[in-house]
Ligand binder design. Structure first.
Ligand code: PLP
Length: 404
């Protein structure tokens, strides 16, 4: 088969600017190929990928197991309607229920859809209640229900009125949580590590207080593990690591091995309330995405990746904290564990992100001053130590503008 000719980055940018709705402010970076934790741009320059498609490419790029599975499935069926049976969904659901201890799974296509489904399921459990508790700085997605739970006014304001009434609480403030949970609360939505909100981990004490508050008022506790779950902290599920049993857990990002796939894990009680017709989707639980999900999950769990993530995370955390000590205040804070890290700076993170890109490191940002690192689980240590060296070099230059 003849390949189409490669297109120049400037032509690609021009065509996008002329035709694609302006919801994204893209960086002028053109990845065209990759292998493991490396990306190659249109000019052939090689980068360390420390963002993994915002926590999607857990096994890195072009993983042989995923390529093989994709080829096999593409020769069978690309799509099967949810009216009929296909083994891939059940196999992935079985693995997820065994590993999570939660008895049922609903599949959809994305994180926001998983949150949307979770909102509907919590309504079934608490009819007539529309008040929800969520966190300031929390992020749950862009559709109307998920947006209503997202603790960032800039995202919400243009689209109000939203669904129900949400009270936003400061993360890790147990007193505020306990007084906000009342008998008209339907659900408490928590991201166990606030991803978009600056990589802010919740404490165990807070998570347990949320469980107790939900029980006291008869509300559902929902853990949104879309960014932090499926191994990123070195544990398959953050709720297991924290010793808290939520009623619902939302998953997406790495779940489909790079293809769109989201899921909601539900407790026995929620499962008993959901009946045919209550929810559904044409594309959710696509056979190829589920097969890739199964391969990804097996590689994470059986391939020893969780232990590697924990060890790499401890080593990397020390490296980052040492860099902070040497940074003369340029690094204000370092937060995270496993392979989810936020490096809070005294300056605009986007500027540093661009300087890192020039030095061959792809990273994200979170809020104005935080660099966000979500590398693939296969990232080698030299990529991370190279990042720390490059960051220290960049931070030796005075900032264009300090942000207090
Ligand atoms: N929830 C969390 C914690 C997320 O990080 C995201 C995406 O970044 C979402 C929900 C929304 O997921 P999606 O972009 O797949 O709709």
């Amino acid at each position: 088969m003849q390949q189409p000719p490669p297109e120049s980055p400037s032509l690609v940018e021009k065509r996008d600017a002329e035709n694609i709705l302006g919801t994204y402010k893209r960086t002028s970076f053109h990845p065209r190929a990759g292998k493991g934790a490396k990306l190659v741009d249109a000019e052939g320059k090689v980068y360390w990928d420390l963002l993994a498609g915002i926590a999607v490419n857990a096994l890195g790029h072009r993983h042989p197991r995923l390529v093989k599975a994709l080829r096999e499935e593409a020769n069978r069926l690309l799509h099967v309607s949810n009216l009929f049976y296909h083994p891939a969904q059940g196999l992935l659901a079985e693995r997820l229920t065994q590993l999570s201890g939660m008895p049922r799974v609903f599949f959809c296509n994305s994180g926001t859809e998983a949150v949307e489904a979770a909102v509907k399921f919590t309504r079934l459990a608490a009819p007539g209640r529309s008040r929800m508790l969520a966190l300031e700085g929390g992020f749950h997605g862009r559709t109307m229900g998920a947006l209503a739970l997202t603790g960032n006014e800039a995202y919400r304001k243009p689209f109000e009125p939203l669904v129900g009434e949400t009270i936003f609480l400061p993360a890790n403030d147990v007193v505020a949580l306990e007084s906000a949970a009342t008998p008209d609360t339907a659900a408490i939505f928590l991201e166990p590590i606030l991803g978009e909100g600056g990589i802010v981990p919740l404490t165990r004490e807070y998570a347990r207080a949320a469980r107790a508050a939900a029980d006291r008022v008869g509300a559902a506790l929902v853990f949104d593990e879309i960014q932090s779950g499926l191994g990123r902290t070195g544990h398959l599920f953050v709720f297991q690591e924290m010793g808290v049993a939520p009623d619902l857990v939302t998953l997406a990002k790495p779940l489909g091995g790079g293809l769109p796939l989201g899921a909601v894990l539900v407790s026995e009680r929620i499962a008993s309330l959901v009946k045919p017709g209550h929810h559904g989707t044409t594309f959710g639980g696509n056979p190829i995405a589920c097969r890739l999900g199964l391969e990804t999950l097996s590689e994470i769990v059986d391939g020893g990746l969780l232990e590697k993530i924990r060890e790499t995370g401890e080593w990397f955390g020390k490296k980052l904290r040492n860099a902070q000590k040497r940074s003369k205040g340029a690094i204000v804070d370092v937060r995270g564990r496993g392979l989810i890290w936020g490096v809070e700076l005294d300056r605009d993170a986007a500027e540093v992100q661009n300087a890192l890109l020039k030095k061959g490191f792809v990273v994200g940002t979170s809020r104005a001053k935080v660099l966000r690192l979500l590398p693939p689980y296969v990232v080698p240590r030299p990529a991370l130590s190279g990042f720390v060296r490059a960051l220290e070099e960049i931070l030796r230059e005075p900032p264009k503008e300090k942000i207090s």
